[in-house]
Design a protein around this ligand. Structure first.
Ligand SMILES: [Zn+2]
Length: 143
């Protein structure tokens, strides 16, 4: 954890409003560190400009309230929704994940206003799948 901090992954307006304790338990903290060391810090360093985590760790109540999948990797601290500070950098984010030497990641989902990245638990094989949310249709289009 060189650049991102744990609190950036626990912070949630929804959790605060609802009074949920969204502190990551020990195992989720280790997963967040793994996600940051593997993907988020290297991405931040490559971009050279701030990356804002819009949803990191989610306790069960928070995940339900935001409509997350019951098996969401956010529950384990293995996923982050984020956006570059400057929208102009969205293409650079996508290009970084498409590099041959990109770090392991399981899925990158490109939404119109943010990205979701998820990792499988440490030691598992990741798919490096990139999906684009189709704002005009019913879900995702595989690139
Ligand atoms: Zn997500």
């Amino acid at each position: 954890m060189k650049i991102f901090t744990l609190s950036e992954f626990e912070r949630s307006v929804t959790a605060a409003l609802k009074g949920y304790d969204n502190e990551a338990p020990r195992e989720a903290q280790r997963n967040i560190e793994y996600l940051v060391d593997t993907v988020m810090d290297p991405l931040r360093e490559a971009l050279g400009t701030p990356v804002i985590i819009t949803s990191g760790y989610r306790c069960r109540d928070l995940n339900r309230d935001v409509g997350g999948s019951p098996t969401s990797q956010h529950l384990m601290g293995l996923a982050a929704d984020f956006r570059p500070l400057h929208d102009d950098d969205r293409e650079r984010v996508e290009a970084w994940f498409r590099r041959d030497d990109a770090p392991p990641f399981d899925q990158l989902i490109i939404y119109p206003t943010f990205f979701h990245v998820g990792l499988r638990p440490e030691g598992s094989t990741n798919r490096r799948q990139i999906l684009r949310y189709n704002a005009f249709g019913q879900g995702y289009r595989k690139d």
